[in-house]
Design a protein around this ligand. Sequence first.
Ligand code: RTP
Ligand code: MG
Length: 148
Amino acid sequence: MEKTFLMIKPDGVQRNLIGAIVGRLENKGFRIAGAKLMQVSEDLAKTHYQEHEEKPFFGELVDFITSGPVFAMVLEGDNVIDTARLAVGSTNPQQAAPGTIRGDYGLTVGKNIIHGSDSKESAEREISLFFDENEILDYKLSNSAWIY
Ligand code: RTP
Ligand code: MG
């Protein structure tokens, strides 16, 4: 089954949205394979957002993502990479559809509540950047037969 990486950003943590967001993802039926509250180091932030190194907002992005704890997650499900991105919503919360996490909770592009991996390659890369192998658990949900 496919895995993806999601991270509630410091604004989501500070606004006490961890429970609401994790609740939505659990309700959808995804399996939480790993989860932790953590402080992102400057090195990890720069590596994670490497693709944006040349962008004018890179410095702000690194400062923001290291400004307080984040809640990092590995989710598992059928087609979860694309489906979780749909649940996250468009990058700019002002354009994100209601019903999406960014559409319902976010206000500006700089503080858009949550990150989600955008491809199979990013998901693999980001999971291994943020999680040790022993932090990702392989277990079955008792209701899984009712989901897939
Ligand atoms: P993310 O990587 O955080 O899940 O967001 P995304 O794929 O939807 O968007 P991406 O293009 O990867 O941009 C990464 C983050 O950079 C910030 N950003 N700021 N000021 C700006 O114009 C601007 N553009 C992007 C956003 O916080 C975005 O989530
Ligand atoms: Mg991105």
